[in-house]
Design a protein around this ligand. Structure first.
Ligand SMILES: N[C@@H](CCC(=O)N[C@@H](CS)C(=O)NCC(=O)O)C(=O)O
Length: 217
């Protein structure tokens, strides 16, 4: 017999089979339990350069732009076009869905090859850009073990961000109801993750924080 636990709202009974109904809150209208190009049938714009970025200035988006700008600084021939994808529904258009079936920014297309290459997931984009353009391994070392440490922190960040942004930010700020348990749990985990970072940086690493670590953090 399952333990009786209180619900929030108090009259909420967990259904045997969960069914979708439109959620409230800032992202209620765009969150759905299925994937696909259910938005407008519209192609993405394309500029003159080989690299086309489709993104916006969120934490996941901006880390790709930071690397692109670093590459421009190191290699003046390196150029790219950046297109703003507002996440108010544009991420579900046919054009964006074709380059990221997960319908989240950032996403990128490399037109320098015979067949354009789509790249999605911010970490995957960072690794792709480094492998292709960071010839000297300034950001992502070519050899192990140095490469392993950068990958460790990159994967750590990728795995941690959903807790901080998707969990803490969502329940603390965007959710239509304030749920103490959710806020407590995500606040605790967010603080723990930031402490991991703080201890790493405080461990003598802050002074020698190199471009590689900046890539991940
Ligand atoms: N793991 C993905 C996460 C991307 C992500 O969550 N993007 C957010 C903005 S920061 C987004 O597109 N949200 C729109 C939505 O959820 O519909 C990555 O690192 O690229």
């Amino acid at each position: 017999m399952a333990e009786e636990k209180p619900s929030l709202p108090a009259d909420y009974v967990v259904p045997k089979v969960w069914e979708y109904k439109e959620q409230g809150g800032q992202f209620g209208g765009t969150n759905r339990p299925y994937a696909g190009a259910w938005g407008e049938d519209k192609p993405l714009p394309k500029g003159e350069h080989k690299i086309q970025l489709y993104s916006m200035g969120t934490p996941n988006g901006v880390k790709v732009t930071i690397l692109l700008e670093e590459l421009v600084e190191l290699f003046p021939d390196f150029e790219y076009d950046a297109w703003l994808i507002p996440i108010n529904g544009v991420q579900f258009t046919s054009g964006f869905h074709a380059i990221n079936p997960n319908s989240k920014i950032p996403a990128m297309v490399d037109h320098s090859t015979d067949k354009p290459v789509r790249v999605f997931e911010s970490g995957s984009i960072l690794m792709y850009l480094c492998d292709k353009f960071d010839k000297d391994g300034v950001f992502l070392p070519k050899e192990y073990p140095a490469r392993a440490e950068v990958q460790n922190w990159l994967m750590w960040q990728m795995g941690s961000a959903p807790f901080i942004g998707g969990g803490f930010g969502h329940f603390y700020n965007y959710a239509p109801v304030k749920i103490q348990y959710a806020i407590d749990r995500y606040s605790m985990e967010t603080k723990r993750l930031l402490d991991v970072l703080d201890k790493h940086l405080g461990d003598g690493n802050k002074k020698r924080l190199r471009r590689q670590e900046a890539l991940c953090l």
